[in-house]
Design a protein around this ligand. Sequence first.
Ligand code: COA
Length: 155
Amino acid sequence: MSAVLEQSMIVFRPMVEEDLPAILEIERAAYQFPWTETVFRDCLRVGYCCWIMESDDDMVAHGVMSIAAGESHILNLCVHPESQNIGMGREMLDHLLSIARQHRAENVFLEVRPSNEGAISLYSKAGFDEVGMRSNYYPAESGREDALIMARHLT
Ligand SMILES: CC(C)(COP(=O)(O)OP(=O)(O)OC[C@H]1O[C@@H](n2cnc3c(N)ncnc32)[C@H](O)[C@@H]1OP(=O)(O)O)[C@@H](O)C(=O)NCCC(=O)NCCS
């Protein structure tokens, strides 16, 4: 864990609708193709696990995950660009994995752009393996980009 993260007061809390303006700001700063407000509202409405991570009272990351029939799917994991590379992403991911365990999920899946080397590195170090590919899954500058499917078993 980085010294910055070690000295921070990290708090996880469930996302609420009032968080959406701040979340959208982080989302738009971090992604070239950010989720829309409607997508976040739908995730909250259907009861997905939607979490916020705060560091010293500042929102620094969000994560969205679905869980059903023993399988969990990480749908979004996003750290504010100013807080990246100091261990926040790993903390958020560990939190989502612990929530999945609490819900008795046995496997966790996610999609990631093959070009997203930072995220792939994070997931690989957290025990995820590449298990497949979805063609033309993501919007891209020119056309579409495939998605790498990664998965890990939860013990
Ligand atoms: C991907 C993302 C979540 C990683 O979060 P982060 O807080 O920057 O990552 P961390 O600092 O927790 O790093 C965790 C591990 O991943 C590795 N990693 C993270 N970013 C990396 C990068 N750009 N290049 C290489 N490795 C990287 C680190 O080496 C670290 O391993 P270590 O602890 O052994 O050093 C963050 O960069 C982000 O939100 N990006 C924009 C949104 C996004 O792409 N989300 C993923 C969608 S699938």
